[in-house]
Design a protein around this ligand. Sequence first.
Ligand code: BG6
Length: 804
Amino acid sequence: MLAEPHFKRRPGIWKMLMAAVCVALLSGLQAQDLPGQVSIILLGATGDLARKYLWQGLFHLYLEEVGKGHHFRFHGTALTSTEQGQEVIAKVLESLSCPRDMAPGHCAELKAQFQQLSEYRRLKTPEDYLALSKDIEAQVEHEGLRETGRIFYLSVPPFAYVDIARNINSSCRPGPGAWLRVVLEKPFGHDLHSAQQLAAELGSFFREEEMYRVDHYLGKQVVAQILPFRDQNRAALDGLWNRHHVERVEVVMKETLDAEGRTSFYEEYGVIRDVLQNHLTEVLTLVAMELPVNISSPEAVLQHKLQAFPALRGLQRHSAVLGQYQAYSGQVRRELQKPDSFHSLTPTFAGILVHIDNLRWEGVPFILMSGKVLDERVSYVRILFKNQAFCVQSEKHWVAAQSRCLPRQIIFHIGHGELGSPAVLVSRNLFRPALPSAGWKEVEGRPGLRLFGLPLSDYYAYSPVREQDAYSVLISHIFHCRKDSFVTTENLLASWAFWTPLLDSLAHEVPRLYPGGAENGQLLDFELSSGHLSFSQPLPEQLMPGLDSAPLPSDFQVLRAKYRESPLISAWPEELIARLAGDIEAAAVRAVRRFGEFHLALSGGSSPVALFQQLATGHYSFPWAHTHLWLVDERCVPLWDPESNFQGLQTHLLQHVRVPHYNVHPMPVHRRQRLCAEEDQGTQAYAEEISALVTNSSFDLVLLGMGADGHTASLFPQSPTGLDGEQLVVLTTSPSSPHRRMSLSLPLINRAQKVAVLVMGRMKREIAMLVSRVGHEPKKWPISGVLPDSGQLVWYMDYDAFLG
Ligand code: BG6
């Protein structure tokens, strides 16, 4: 039997206990009932951003919230002396404005209250932070209030973050029951590594939910409207918001201003870090992400946004065009005291092509563009839909709301431009959008105004009833804990992970100089072709660096000679690849004509990538439907691994051509969930497949490369496997990772009708010299064992490899 509880046997104690609990509950309730106070501490309160936007944003918050149960205190802080700081703040507070529809008397009254609640103080040492904390506590108690929370808004340079964070954490956290919110302004790092470092440091002081990283584009009314628009128009957009209907998406921020006065910042960052990594990427993800069922759940929105990143295809050097306004280097020289010989490589203009490899967006180009000193100031996202209609009536009979022949587009007009205000535009031939429930109105007609090729009247257009500055919106969202308007650590790092490889590869790229404004003409226009971006116009001569000494590719002809007694074709890389691709196509056409099929065995690695791309884009008569593709060698990794040769083939060739699936023969390195296990007999299986499908196991063409150590396929020096004997396919060991490989053997390679060896780049120069002199020594240099029994061997070497 269980013992009776102690208090049941002692009713006196029970009563006392209950009384104590009630008192505690009551006092708790009383504390709960006390009006709450929120303290907002603005660090860097005398700085540019604070003076221009943040004080106004705080005042706006006060206007919105006053009388709704919260008390406020505003502490402007900086390193400036108390006297100087007070002077600056007094001026700023005097200049604050109320919404246009507020009565002047009421405005003056609220402004005076706000001024009363605002103070300036110097915040520098740990003692200053402690004193601030004590003062807040004392004042809250004195006024009979309860502390609800503290917001620290750090409008300071990032090098100051960590010290400030330490001080807040150690001496200025509010007591139990009150929350802490710390607001941070960009830049949040310079690349992935520095962003990770900063995130780790901040993470040691604050919890994720306490941090609010500002991207002011997320506070722009139209940007904040992208998800609600998609949500409210689900029925119309469900079938349209995808690769089948969207032609392309443009995310644009054009500016007329230059970087004068802030080159010390700009020189280190440039346009990609300043604008594309953050503002434009945020906007891109809002357009591209899958829509959560409930868009008012910040967690769901943040989660879905983050999930958009893994599908972004890695950027390459050719995904970008860069420019720099001509006056920029001079400004840097002046402001940063650089010598006359200094020329900056920092881009002030960039166009970037982004692809999203998922079922919704595959194949749809997303163009991101931003630049300083352009012809107009405007930001927008434009979703242009495909137009497959043919209109029988002549153009004069086209009706905006019905004609499928007019452009069909949705524009999130973020601001400025000819329209001059934020707006959402939907061309009338698409659908009539649902207007947001409150705060938005239809845009009034403006005869004569054309936007993106259509008169304004051809759009359903709506704009905010009251324009609000982004910072005011965000400050209100901080107060209301709307975390989805801010950048989480994970989101930030995902964005840097996406941009950093491109930034690294562009570090030494010379941007195209442009004069600025209307004078730019067509100089910065760029175009997309085969997944690359390039300027539409060649560089005018006066802007070209001296080229007199360096020979151009066209100065050389394709060179024909002999190498190891076999034909050698040598040229600059582009011509060489074009020649090899042409030769492969010719061999394919011949084989298909004679035998009905063409068996091509391809190597992996980096050299053939350009060849694959050339075959994918420039060879429309290639008989792909009758071509069988085999692998010369493979790394023992799953086929979806980026290191897999098959994956390279898939990305650069198979995705773009129509080879029947049953004609593609990847090497079976991954069987029964194991990699290259002898017992799984992958080599035998591949050999059997070859014997069954390829007449006499003689490929029509085998494409090989040559390693700097003389290896070819995955046949390496000092390793006897695969150099002779009966085995057609072998397992080998590479000196470099991944070590385990599967490869065609030399005897099988030598049975081919034609073997092409592609050798490119300066790194191959030494081995090319050496191999030109050695005899048949496959154990030392497996490439020297390539000698087709009755077929033909041709060497394709670029000038760098051949002439050094
Ligand atoms: C800032 C950039 O984040 O955004 C500036 O640092 C840029 O270089 C500015 O001028 C543009 O913002 P907005 O709101 O004027 O479009």
